[in-house]
Ligand binder design. Structure first.
Ligand code: DAH
Length: 338
């Protein structure tokens, strides 16, 4: 191997070692090894002076180039190792951190779903205030001040004859006051009652209200509408049962039940229906002529049905939740599970 070849192979080997250096200490050691006073390069450089004068310039030049190349490589490697990318501050094999994702509250999802179901049947969305007056909450709904039905709807009374609405039936009145028939609306929102709070009662909860008024609306329309809602909410096999009941604002009035979505018909001890096969859902009926009179509709011309239903109850059945308070606590650990 002549001197030029020696320089070339020395350079190649040194560059490979420098590229493989994994920390600053190793880079320093390689600097001493390849550029230090006892390095092979220095040895060769020392010998050049004794070479024939014709070869010296070329050899000197080649040795200088090798020296420069090694210096550059050492500097570049030291710089790269000092940069943050090579500073292993975390374990790259760990799984990434999942960004915190929000999600809809189970009641908000139920509301969206009900809106979809009723839009599909031609209902529009209506809204009304949670702070109401006695007239819209009671009187216009055929419930005068001395009516015993008011006892079941004790609420929070504010000043100036205002109160927190006890049901969404108030929206029926507000819609009919402002819109001539026909009307077909649903309204969803929060209602309040003066309840002692326990696992099945709360002073604030949610309802959906439906109202359909036109010429010739019959109880059969009510049945069909409720059945359609039941199937879409709890599955195709859901059946509906109507029981006679009383509400001041409907005549006749009913309560309706859905067949149990869990056991589908009376498995003893079923935790959703308690073995009866039915789950009590809500109230409904044909709008009382007195209500039509209160809003200026002619009861001789128009008929209509109305229904009202608690949303927490449906959500509890769907998600197997046994404490209504969880829906209003705002505890994310609960919401994340549903
Ligand atoms: N407003 C009633 C309640 O909160 C529920 C209800 C029953 C609403 C019958 C209606 C209805 O529209 O027709 O207990």
């Amino acid at each position: 191997m002549n001197t030029l070849e020696q320089l070339a192979s020395l350079q190649q080997a040194a560059l490979a070692e420098i590229a493989a250096a994994s920390d600053a200490t190793q880079v320093d050691e390689l600097r001493v090894k390849h550029l230090g006073r006892r390095s092979q390069l220095r040895l060769i450089m020392g010998q050049i002076g004794a070479m024939p004068a014709t070869e010296r310039p070329a050899l000197g030049k080649a040795a200088g180039q090798t020296q420069q190349a090694l210096q550059d490589a050492l500097e570049a490697r030291a710089g790269a190792l000092a940069s943050p990318a090579h500073e292993p501050t975390f374990d790259v094999t760990l799984p990434g951190r999942r960004p915190a994702m929000g999600r809809l509250h189970p009641l908000a999802r139920l509301i969206d779903e009900l809106v979809d179901i009723f839009r599909g049947m031609g209902f529009e969305l209506a809204d009304g205030p949670e702070v109401e007056d006695e007239y819209h909450n009671f009187d216009a709904l055929n419930t005068p001040a001395d009516h015993p039905a008011r006892d079941l709807h004790d609420t929070f009374y504010l000043t100036d004859g205002l109160l927190l609405r006890t049901h969404t039936s108030t929206v029926q009145i507000r819609v009919m006051e402002q819109t001539p028939p026909p009307v077909r609306v649903v309204s969803l929102g929060r209602v309040y009652r003066k309840e002692a709070v326990d696992a099945t009662h709360h002073y604030a909860f949610h309802q959906i209200e439906g109202l359909y008024v036109d010429r010739g609306v019959s109880f059969a329309d009510l049945k069909g509408t409720i059945e359609m809602m039941g199937r879409q909410l709890l599955g195709d096999r859901t059946r509906v049962r109507f029981r006679p009941h009383f509400f001041p604002f409907t005549e006749p009035s009913v309560e309706y039940d859905f067949s149990c979505s869990l056991c589908d018909g009376g498995v003893p001890g079923c935790r959703v229906c308690k073995g009866t096969g039915w789950i009590e859902i809500a109230g409904a009926g044909m709008v009382d002529p007195a209500v039509f009179t209160a809003v200026g509709y002619d009861p001789e011309v128009y008929t209509g049905f109305a229904f009202g239903m608690g949303l927490e109850r449906i959500a509890m059945i769907r998600h197997g939740v046994d404490d209504i308070r969880l829906f209003l606590d705002g505890d994310l650990r609960f919401i994340r599970q549903l």
